[in-house]
Design a protein around this ligand. Structure first.
Ligand SMILES: Cc1cc2nc3c(=O)[nH]c(=O)nc-3n(C[C@H](O)[C@H](O)[C@H](O)COP(=O)(O)OP(=O)(O)OC[C@H]3O[C@@H](n4cnc5c(N)ncnc54)[C@H](O)[C@@H]3O)c2cc1C
Length: 779
């Protein structure tokens, strides 16, 4: 009710005031004006040309905005500004921060052009509430802001669907900075950028309400746009070992080094000189969001199992080597077979709780140990394990710095890596000199440029689609991997597909209500939901669709798109539909209830008519995730593929549906649909559905949502990064995702052995840390 009230108050007060802005904006001096504001990934610049008192041209640029979301919003936002003739724009759904930056920059431009300067701030004390979309797909974040004496006195985050441990870093670090600087434009907290963005957006909304309540000009909200000055200090730090990245691989490495040295130095912590840094405001990285690392026959569990092993490691190794067609490094697979159990036992000794090995994704082997002995335990429990682990590390003399980002490697005249340049969140720059540098930065999925540059088209069409959608840590942007390559490092399988088992719509829709159900959600435990917002997602991964890649040809058996194989088209793909199919969905419902895990608002039950279907399609068209045309050829043009190619794919596919022979691109469709664990769906169903009729036709843009990249740096058995000549790049080591490719092949996807990536993070850190400590002791 309160929320409704807040919305109503905002509507009553804001609308006339916005209208007021439009009037005030008419007396403008001709010229070209520009202003810059912080968007999601970096500065967003607006340039406006004013001729004859009217805005005639607007350009919005923001090179660091997320591909497909903020970046895709830049042009529509420029259009909106032109149409609104000012800052009073609606913004683009899903791109809140980019929209906010454009509004703020435009407010500044209007002040410049009208010669009025910033509007006078009139603001009413009180408590205001607003909501913003954050990390959760189905629960908005509620924010309460208290204004006292015209200032932000407090900001409180209420109900939300965010991951608590990530949100907390924003609450602890962002909110104090916002209050101290009286600003909604302070830097987002690395590792919690989405939560930070939502807090800032909702607080700004509260401020607008407060200004409107005082009868002020809402443009005066720019009084809260102060960007705090950055420190210009430089510091030098010297350390024996520097570990960059404090996810599972980094923390494991750091602990093993200090543990080994502590024992060797008989508890003399003054001799221990190990520093870990992380750019995020908390340690744990992606590794805290994980459920189950691969762990082959951990001794503690085998003992409890009457000495019986859980898996035949030799058979698993043989299958793995066969799957990777001999490309995986055999010694790395041996390490997983022999030491992944020890790594998990070591974590247990350090306070972690794991369950006995269970089956991984789509695989018969008992190789995955769940954190806390339950699938998807509360992440705050997992974070508490990492806290304990860090307690061991600091107690034994290890040091660490958060919010400190390594930006490039430092090398000496011989080419040896001797440290890194780094920067703190407050702008302080650091020169960190180290004898040994370990890269544990979790891959490069946060960096679209690197993805375009390194993903290979040799086996699949992976490159050139811009930054891939991600369900992981976007701060893992590969700076250290790139810097290592720039210094002569070799890569291993860097061109291979990223880690993906989530398929969904290219953009998430938020237009329609989210309807709560009476049963709990499997993953969150909160009431389950359903929503029409998920229809584009369900159309994108429907088993009865025909899917094509960015060249207009089929790339995978469509029955697997929900979870597997959706990466094979690159950063996005399309499913193609006829209007007959759409009419049938409207009247009878979707035939399947497949949804991509995590990236959904509960889906929509199968076989349930959807009278609003065409409204959903319209909204999807506005969001550029659904395309409609009268003919297949015109549709091809709309989605940028060759018309004849798409027409042929459709014709061949239709004929295949009739005859079950000669599938286009030779890709057979399995008549059976399997769930994530490999269980076949029961009942009678038909996945062969033709795309027929007289049009119109539709294309639905789908995408894989990746956890991380897979391939990266090449290493030897001591985890020394290798150069392209096969020799070690002295001083540099890599663990976890930064060298995950050595266990795989560019010819296949990562996914077959569930838990391998987190398993490798722990196992490589476990072994690398011990070896590095021994190297130090042998000096
Ligand atoms: C939702 C989700 C569920 C998953 N579930 C599973 C699962 O069940 N089983 C499984 O095996 N795997 C799973 N994974 C994958 C697994 O989490 C990763 O493989 C693993 O966490 C990688 O560990 P890492 O230490 O290499 O990287 P991370 O844990 O990502 O750590 C990298 C750290 O480096 C920091 N960093 C990056 N760049 C810099 C820099 N320049 N300077 C300083 N710090 C930097 C980051 O802030 C981060 O803290 C899942 C991933 C996700 C997203």
């Amino acid at each position: 009710m309160k929320k409704m009230l807040a919305v109503l108050i905002a509507a009553i007060f804001v609308l006339p005031v916005l209208a007021g802005i439009a009037c005030a904006e008419s007396a403008l001096t001709d010229g070209t004006y520009s202003a810059e504001q912080q968007g999601f990934g970096g500065p967003v610049k607006v340039e406006a040309v004013i001729e004859g008192g009217k805005i005639t041209d607007v350009t919005v640029t923001g090179n660091n905005e997320t591909e497909g979301i903020g970046a895709a919003a830049l042009e529509p936002l420029a259009e909106q500004v032109k149409e609104a003739q000012g800052a009073a724009i609606d913004g683009v759904s899903g791109a809140t921060l980019t929209s906010g930056a454009v509004k703020a920059a435009m407010t500044e431009i209007m002040a410049q052009a009208s010669g009025k300067g910033a509007a006078e701030l009139k603001i009413a004390d009180g408590t205001y509430e607003a909501q913003a979309w954050s990390f959760s797909m189905n629960y908005q974040m509620n924010v309460k802001t208290v204004i006292e004496g015209g200032k932000i006195a407090s900001i409180e985050v209420g109900d939300n669907g965010d991951t608590a441990i990530i949100l907390n870093t924003a609450i602890e670090n962002l909110i104090p900075a916002m209050i101290e600087n009286q600003s909604v434009k302070v830097d987002s907290i690395t590792g919690a950028t989405v939560s930070s963005g939502a807090i800032k957006a909702a607080t700004e909304d509260c401020l607008v309400q407060a200004i409107a309540a005082a009868g002020g000009d809402v443009a005066a909200v720019s009084a809260f746009y102060t960007v705090p000055a950055k420190s210009t200090a430089t510091e030098t730090i010297n350390t024996k070992v520097l570990v960059i990245g404090m996810g599972g691989a980094g923390i494991m490495t750091g602990n093993r080094i200090v543990d080994t040295l502590y024992d060797a130095y008989e508890g003399d912590t003054t001799k221990i000189d190990v520093l870990m840094i992380d750019k995020a405001a908390k340690y744990g990285g992606t590794s805290v969001t994980t459920s189950s690392p691969m762990s082959i026959n951990p001794k503690s569990f085998v003992e409890k199992n009457d000495g019986k092993e859980y898996v035949d490691a030799a058979a698993l190794k043989a299958a793995w080597m066969e799957y990777t067609e001999g490309d995986a490094k055999e010694w790395a697979i041996d390490m997983m077979m022999e030491s992944s159990g020890d790594a998990v036992d070591y974590l247990i000794e350090n306070g972690f709780v794991f369950g006995a090995p269970v089956q991984g994704l789509s695989d018969p082997y008992l190789i995955c140990c769940n954190y806390g002995d339950g699938f998807m335990v509360d992440k705050s429990i997992v974070q508490a394990y990492f806290d304990k682990f860090m307690g061991n590390y600091t107690m034994k003399g290890g040091k660490y710095m958060l919010q400190t980002e390594a930006t490039s490697l430092i090398t000496d005249e011989t080419g040896r890596v001797t440290g890194v340049n780094a920067v703190g969140a407050d702008g302080t720059t650091y020169v960190i000199n180290a004898q040994y540098v370990v890269s544990a930065t979790g891959g490069f999925a946060g960096n679209g440029e690197m993805e375009d540059k390194y993903f290979s088209d040799e086996y699949y069409n992976l490159s050139g689609g811009g930054r891939w959608n991600m369900y992981g840590m976007s701060q893992n942007d590969g700076k250290m991997i790139q810097s290592a390559i720039d210094n002569g490092a070799a890569t291993y399988c860097i061109g291979m597909p990223p880690v993906s088992h989530i398929g969904g719509a290219y953009k998430v829709m938020h237009e329609f209500p989210i309807i709560q159900q009476e049963y709990p959600d499997f993953f969150t435990g909160k009431p389950a939901t359903i929503s029409l917002n998920d229809i584009p997602m369900m159309l994108a991964v429907a088993p009865n669709s025909m899917a094509v890649n960015r060249q207009g040809v089929r790339f995978k058996d469509e029955t697997t798109l929900t979870a597997y194989g959706n990466w094979a088209a690159g950063a996005y793909f399309y499913t193609i539909w006829s209007d007959e199919q759409m009419q049938s969905i409207r009247d009878n419902g979707l035939k399947f209830s497949n949804i991509g895990i995590f990236i959904n608002q509960g889906g929509w039950p199968a076989n349930t008519p959807i009278p609003e279907l065409y409204d959903v399609l319209e909204k999807g068209m506005e969001m550029d995730i659904i395309f409609k045309a009268d003919t297949i050829e015109e549709l091809a043009e709309k989605i940028g593929v060759d018309a004849a190619t798409l027409a042929k794919t459709v014709a061949d596919y239709n004929s295949y549906c009739d005859t079950k022979e000669n599938p286009p691109q030779g890709i057979e469709k399995n008549p059976v649909i399997y769930d994530l664990s490999g269980r076949p769906m029961e009942g009678e169903y038909n996945v062969y559905e033709k795309i027929e009729g007289n049009g119109p036709y539709y294309a639905v843009k789908g995408a894989p949502w990746i956890y991380s990249t897979t391939g990266a740096l090449d290493v030897d058995e001591q985890f020394r990064v290798l150069k392209t000549d096969g020799q070690p790049l002295e001083g540099l080591y890599a663990v976890g995702t930064d060298c995950l490719g050595i266990m795989f092949t560019e010819k296949k996807e990562y996914v077959t052995y569930g838990g391998a990536d987190q398993g490798w993070a722990f196992t490589s850190g476990y072994l690398a840390g011990k070896q590095l400590a021994e190297t130090i002791l042998a000096e």
